[in-house]
Design a protein around this ligand. Sequence first.
Ligand SMILES: NC(=O)c1ccc[n+]([C@@H]2O[C@H](COP(=O)([O-])OP(=O)(O)OC[C@H]3O[C@@H](n4cnc5c(N)ncnc54)[C@H](OP(=O)(O)O)[C@@H]3O)[C@@H](O)[C@H]2O)c1
Length: 297
Amino acid sequence: MDASAELHGRTILVTGANAGIGYWCVEQLAVRGARVILGCRSPERARLAVDAVRSQAPQADLGILPLDLGSLTSVAEAASGIDERLDAVVCNAGVKAAQRDARTSDGLDLMVGTNFLGHFALIAQLTHALAEDARVVAVGSLAHRFAPIAPATLSDPWRGSSLRQYGRSKAALMAFAFELDRRWADSPRMAVCAHPGYAVDPLTPPRPGAVETPGILRALASMTRGVVQGKDGGALPIVHAATGPDVVSGDYWGPSGALEFRGTPARVTVSDEVHSPANGSSLWSAAEKITGVPFPT
Ligand SMILES: NC(=O)c1ccc[n+]([C@@H]2O[C@H](COP(=O)([O-])OP(=O)(O)OC[C@H]3O[C@@H](n4cnc5c(N)ncnc54)[C@H](OP(=O)(O)O)[C@@H]3O)[C@@H](O)[C@H]2O)c1
């Protein structure tokens, strides 16, 4: 089949779609014929990303959805603004290395609030638009092993390093996806996790407006190519989780190479902590309580 028609007829929402791995998910999906909606907090950066995708795929079918995952009001408005059927939602937007006092506009910790709670509220309010066999893809991280989720203290001030709190936010997003898989057991819908390995901008092909890295950084980074990968490579397991015919609900995909840093998509393993039904269930209740958004299943 012509690659540009492979995903024709499918509509996929990607959050955090204007840069990094999210941008590459959009480009790879659009090149294969999917309609892709870019969920972005900056309309200007979203338009630059659209132009960059069209420089590779002039016929790309793209839409822009204003979406700030760090604002529950914006999330609710975005969800109610979707009036087309979604075949997949890729929960990619993410914040790393935030300061201890960094907050969302609702006063939540920036990393947990954006990476997990914003996506929880988004999917909860998007169920009206999800296709009967839709897929929700949670973009996780190797860092999910760095800290316990501790659902009961999710909204408390955190201690320890920013990296641990980032890991906790990704662990929570992934545990949400595994819990969604359990709650959708009698439905053809699928909830899946995927991670990009270790993916960096300087190893990523340039895309004016969306991927711009100084030449000196590219030259320095080229020495790491055997160990890590560009964000175009990082997008591969995520796009596979959203579209692959061999993917089943409850899967976790990542790169196949050493330490899962780079390589072609493969099934990978998750921590018991993140896969635990008890954690998933308490996390779900905590997320409903903190966001004030009930999740219909
Ligand atoms: N790179 C890696 O090696 C790696 C490894 C494991 C997991 N991940 C995960 O992969 C995802 C993408 O990472 P990346 O490296 O591509 O990061 P990135 O280059 O920093 O891109 C992050 C994207 O998220 C968006 N975003 C941030 N806060 C947002 C908000 N409040 N509302 C809407 N969009 C928001 C950003 O938009 P703006 O331009 O508006 O800031 C940007 O489009 C993240 O979830 C990250 O945790 C990455």
